[in-house]
Ligand binder design. Structure first.
Ligand code: NAD
Length: 296
């Protein structure tokens, strides 16, 4: 391994374990988060903590951001880009709007840096275990340079295309997942009404043309897939608030690109409504909402 100097900004649920894994792999990590408790945790994990964003970018090989939204990424880039030495690799791992990711990349290039958008899937468990999947957009040479660092935090790293295309892969996947979870849940609730047991539904559909990952790995009712959140009172897993956020990003992208994405729009609206009352529950709990709204 080549030891790198890394600035890491955003030490929340995901960023904290990701930064800890970089330290454990022997990299020199300068960490920043405005929340003091997050900085304390990073210090305990072996990172060097700084008290301004700009300090975290100074004289680093790589600067990584893991932030809640695109506006924050663009805001913090105005401090980071001038502070970094020319040619710094900027890797944004946050899930943000494709348009914001492209704007952040353009600003980084204008400032003489090398940007990658590298959103993840795998949640806090994947971040802790270092088994995240990274979907990466950016120039091939920059991807090659970032690969070693990304592989410390991830089990799978895929170069998807130019700037913004990593975010595109993330929202396309999650839009499809949201739509398929709603469709599956409607079918399950219809089956309940018609006298079809969950197990019989599973036994038929899991090997028939209606098969999906949502059913076979993440079944939204207890029983057929023992490890799914439905067996654990819908503790996330993948929280409804995060699914709602990703579907909103997908719906924005549908509109911005003139796509007739009726199911994507509807899925965003359904999860937006569900998030008003169930933000912290696993997104597969949508089946309980459909059951309730069907008077069952
Ligand atoms: P989080 O809210 O737990 O953490 C975000 C952190 O960013 C907070 O600690 C916050 O204080 C910090 N922050 C805010 N402004 C900052 C600034 N200017 N400089 C430095 N730090 C700043 O969020 P999270 O769950 O860690 O998610 C981070 C990103 O990862 C989001 O974009 C989310 O959509 C994405 N994501 C999350 C999950 C998940 O399961 N939590 C899974 C996949 C992707």
């Amino acid at each position: 391994m080549t030891k790198k100097t890394i600035g890491f900004l955003g030490l929340g649920h995901m960023g904290a374990p990701m930064a800890a894994n970089l330290v454990a792999a022997g990299h020199d990590v300068l960490a920043f988060d405005p929340v003091p408790a997050a900085r304390d945790q990073a210090r305990a994990d072996g990172a060097t903590v700084v008290t301004t964003a700009a300090e975290a970018a100074r004289d680093r090989d790589v600067v990584i951001t893991m932030l809640p939204n695109g506006k924050l990424v663009l805001d913090v880039y105005t401090e980071l880009l001038p502070a970094a030495r020319p040619g710094t690799l900027f890797i944004d791992c946050s899930t943000i709007d494709v348009a914001d990711a492209k704007a952040a990349a353009e600003q980084a290039v204008s400032a003489g840096h090398r940007p990658l958008d590298a959103p993840v899937s795998g949640g806090v468990a994947g971040a802790t275990a270092g088994t995240l999947t990274f979907m990466v957009g950016g120039a091939p040479a920059d991807f090659a340079d970032g690969l070693e660092v990304l592989e410390v935090m991830g089990g799978k790293v895929v170069h998807c295309g130019d700037a913004g295309v990593g975010q595109a892969a993330k929202i396309c996947n999650n839009m499809l997942l949201g739509i398929s979870m709603i469709g599956l849940s409607e079918a399950l609730v219809l089956g309940e009404k018609l006298g079809l047991s969950h197990q019989s539904f599973f036994d038929v559909v899991s090997t028939a043309s209606g098969q999906s990952w949502a059913l076979t790995s993440y079944c939204p009712v207890p029983g057929p897939v023992p490890a799914s959140p439905a067996n654990n009172d819908y503790q996330p897993g993948f929280a409804t608030a995060l699914m709602s956020k990703d579907l909103t990003l997908a719906a924005n992208a549908l509109r911005a690109n003139g796509i007739d994405g009726q199911l994507g729009e509807l899925a965003a609206a359904i999860y937006d409504r569900f998030a008003q009352t169930a933000a912290g529950r696993d997104f597969s709990a949508i089946v309980t909402e459909i059951r309730e709204r069907s008077g069952q």
